[in-house]
Design a protein around this ligand. Structure first.
Ligand code: MGD
Ligand code: MGD
Ligand code: SF4
Ligand code: MO
Length: 747
């Protein structure tokens, strides 16, 4: 029993893809402690150190509670009406002078983790009608989005590894020990690996660094950064060559291009790629045989294979490998989850109704081809800095910190002050938002409900849980969905004072209902949208969530399935609802024109020549990125309890390289690339393979004018100062922040 002044709240942690259940003890209006929720049906009592700081985040005195406006170079707190009026003045000024083409937005990672932003970024885009936007997607998973579109028909139709039922799991370019899994939601990922071992199975980590995950795995295979696609080709080659390729009855009717893949890989022998990858041909053959020979196997790959030169080839080949060994859409292989609440970003995009076509236009300055409507986010700096027709004059950032997270970040830092208007929807005055004219903060996580809108698409079980508010926001505060509607309409030229946010929200909602009623196969297909709208109540993301659940696979479909799910029922199940293990979903999950999996999309296979050319190249020393369990990209270094202990922003160097370049543990090194140079403490480590050094991402908090009292004392260095903006995966435009050629010397 808790003492009378203590109340215990239960909710999901919104900080990463783990979505762990938290038990939040509130005493005298403050979060006293945070414990794991052992009864959470999904996470069953697993949490990480970040989850325990959700209260610190709420109480962080630096977290913004009211809008800030820059006056005479300094930020002052203003009312929401004043803030919106200033947004209107600045945005309309730019639009009148230079048109809407001069306005853009940058959308950052926490939008995927925020109850309100995730559901309303779409509203912002629809209302603002901005010609182009940038996002952290092109420094993250764009290659996977491209391969998913071309293979399965939807950018978020991404399969996940059925870790709980597999006998053989490969983890390539991912370190769930730090990240807790990505494009694969699986709380206690490492515990699940242990369980896999206990079942008699095997795990293999392919990574230039012996990570915490690699130490827990049965085998670690170091690989030369950027050569994963070559390794995958050789493995698929062996599988065909040795007659191990077989789709199985369950896949045969649903796959186009099996023969095409067989001939594409025919000359990619293990001998061809061995020296480039730094893995001998015998090992490649052994891994291929082990994988193909396992009863149930899954090959999972993440950011080390996306944020690199051949991200799309890797993303495609990983799925090819699972498919041609039959380890797809069946238990223990790669499978598609079936979210109880369908994601708003998973709705069909009319832009691609006729199929996907890329390179429809090019960026103004660099001439980078558009892919899925975006160009590399690193283009933003030059689009602001370069004068002429089409120059960017106004920028809206939404939960993003591009001054830290983008390659060539130093150029962006110099370019942002040239903007005539910059508005940030953000909770901190940080490296990026210090350049803004107006900062519009959102609610803290504990001040809003939570039910994720996207991540359940690749969860390793089908589950769901609604989290109620812990602290009621005060009436003056505004939720981010309101700010997004406001900004969207301001971009469209409307006047702030005339905007009725709730009325507009109802239009947006009715529009979505209309779309879903028109979707073939939807539980509400063919229904009259107004009949459904009439059955709904409330406003904002909560009303939308109710609709997502009710028109989802378990929903009550507004009367058609009376026993079915509603938000009310989800709320009653206060520990969440487990809908069970993943089930096969072919072919209903496919939306390609053929209705089948396209195993050899030409747009991707045409890139093999570029990889072939790369094989001869040998860089003496390359840089890769890493994550730490107590960091969260760039924005949680202001939480005191996460910052204790020794300096984590170090350059990891193999002992052989340390002696080769004269570097000493604990001393400063100078590291330089074609993009820039910096000085950073060295940490000599046997865990790095020779020829590869590693820096963490998300640091560099030494800029003037921020309000990050803790982070600024642990500034670290920004690894993106070493990342050349034009070093990209050519066919997705995704940044290659891994495998950057560098030189090191003692500082
Ligand atoms: N070198 C290198 N660069 C990388 C990576 C790498 O591995 N190496 N990783 C890349 C990846 S995967 C990603 S996703 C990007 C991330 O790139 P970004 O999304 O640009 O950066 P974040 O560090 O996630 O910054 C999040 C911002 O959102 C704000 N914020 C946090 N929570 C909320 C909220 O609830 N509401 C609002 N409105 N704001 C909020 C924070 O204050 C911060 O300003 O970085 C990429 N950059
Ligand atoms: N604690 C914590 N959790 C996070 C985040 C965080 O910042 N901190 N960020 C979140 C975000 S936005 C994302 S996208 C996910 C990312 O989640 P993960 O994909 O697990 O990312 P990392 O932990 O950076 O692990 C990437 C691994 O790839 C390796 N690598 C680098 N280059 C190559 C290469 O060329 N080939 C191969 N095979 N490996 C390579 C690196 O050494 C590193 O071990 O994590 C999320 N979760
Ligand atoms: S792993 Fe940590 S940060 Fe991620 S959801 Fe769980 S408790 Fe939160
Ligand atoms: Mo990310």
């Amino acid at each position: 029993m808790s003492p009378p002044d203590e109340k215990i709240h239960h909710r999901t942690c919104p900080l990463c893809e783990g979505m762990c259940g938290l038990e939040i003890h509130v005493k005298d209006g403050r979060v006293d402690k945070v414990r794991p929720d052992f009864e959470d049906v999904w996470s069953k009592g697993y949490i990480c150190p970040k989850g325990t700081t959700i209260g610190e985040l709420y109480h962080d005195p630096d977290r913004l509670r009211s809008p800030l406006l820059k006056r005479g170079g300094a930020f002052v707190e203003v009312s929401w009406d004043e803030a919106y009026a200033e947004c209107e003045r600045l945005l309309h000024g730019v639009i009148e002078r230079d048109g809407r083409e001069a306005v853009t937005a940058y959308i950052g990672n926490p939008t995927a983790h925020n109850f309100s932003l995730s559901r309303y970024v779409g509203a912002f885009m629809a209302f603002s009608q901005l010609g182009m936007i940038y996002s952290s997607g092109t420094v993250d998973q764009w290659p996977k989005n491209v391969s998913a579109c071309l293979m399965y028909g939807g950018m978020w139709t991404i399969p996940t590894a059925d870790i709980d039922h597999t006998d053989y799991l490969v983890i390539m370019g991912a370190n769930p020990h730090a990240s807790q899994g990505s494009l694969m939601c699986a709380p206690d990922f490492l515990g699940r690996m242990d369980a896999l071992h206990e079942r008699g199975g095997k795990t293999l980590v392919i990574d230039p660094r012996r990570t915490g995950t690699a130490k827990r795995a049965k085998e670690w295979l170091p690989i030369q950064p950027g050569t994963d696609a070559a390794l995958l080709l050789a493995i698929v080659n062996v599988i065909f060559d040795e007659g191990l390729a077989q789709l199985g009855e369950h896949l045969e009717p649903h796959v186009n291009g099996f023969e095409a893949v067989a001939s594409l890989v025919a000359d990619w022998t293990p001998e061809l790629v061995a020296s480039s990858c730094g893995i001998d041909a015998d090992t490649i053959r052994r891994i291929a045989r082990e994988f193909a020979g396992a009863e149930r196997a899954a090959w999972y790959a993440r950011i080390g294979t996306c944020n690199q030169e051949f991200g799309t080839l890797c993303s495609w080949l990983v799925d090819v490998l699972n498919i041609v060994t039959g380890n797809f859409d069946r238990r223990g292989g790669l499978m598609f989850a079936n979210p109880a609440a369908w994601p708003t970003s998973g709705l069909p995009n009319p832009e691609w109704a006729e199929g996907y076509e890329f390179g429809r236009w090019k960026s103004r300055v660099r001439g980078a081809p558009e892919v899925l409507g975006q160009v590399p986010a690193s283009c933003l700096a030059e689009e602001i800095a370069t004068e002429g027709e089409g120059q960017i004059k106004a920028l809206i950032t939404i939960a993003g910190n591009p001054v830290i997270s983008l390659p060539g970040c130093q150029d962006l830092d110099v370019a942002l002050p040239r903007l005539e208007c910059m508005i940030s929807v953000d909770n901190y005055l940080n490296e990026t938002t210090r350049h803004a004219d107006v900062i519009l903060p959102g609610l803290a996580a504990l001040e809003q409900p939570y039910y994720n809108d996207l991540l359940w698409c690749w969860s390793v079980r089908n589950s769901g849980r609604y989290s109620p508010v812990v602290f009621e926001p005060n009436p003056e505060q505004r939720a981010e969905w309101e700010s997004l509607i406001m900004l969207g309409l301001l971009c469209a030229g409307q006047k702030a004072a005339r905007i009725d946010i709730e009325a507009v929200d109802s239009l947006y909602f009715a529009g979505l209902v209309g779309v879903v009623c028109g979707l073939p196969g939807s539980p509400v297909e063919g229904r009259d949208p107004s009949e459904i709208v009439a059955q709904t109540q409330g406003v904002g993301p909560e009303r939308l969530l109710d609709f997502q659940l009710r028109s989802g696979p378990h929903g009550d479909a507004y009367g058609a399935n009376p026993e079915g799910l509603t938000l009310e029922k989800m709320k009653t199940a206060d520990k969440g609802i487990d809908f069970g293990a993943l089930e096969p979903r072919l072919p209903e999950v496919l939306s390609t024109p053929s209705g089948k999996i396209e195993l050899a999309p030409e747009y991707i296979t045409n890139d093999l020549g570029r990889l072939r050319e790369r094989l001869g190249r040998r860089d003496a020393l390359v840089l890769v990125s890493r994550r730490h369990v107590r960091s969260n990209n760039s924005w949680m270094h202001n939480i005191p309890s996460l910052m204790s202990g020794r300096d984590r922003c170090t350059l990891l160097v193999n002992p052989d390289d340390a002696s080769l370049y004269g570097l000493e543990d604990g001393k400063l090194a100078r590291i330089a690339s074609s993009a820039g140079s910096l000085q950073v403490p060295v940490e000599v480590s046997e865990d790095m393979m020779p020829g590869v050094v590693s820096l963490p991402h998300g640091w560099g908090h030494d800029k003037q004018g921020t309000r990050l009292s803790v982070a600024s004392k642990h500034a670290g260095v920004c690894n993106n100062a070493l990342a050349p903006g034009d070093f990209v995966d050519a066919i997705s435009g995704n940044a290659a922040v891994n495998g950057i050629p560098v030189e090191v010397s003692p500082a």
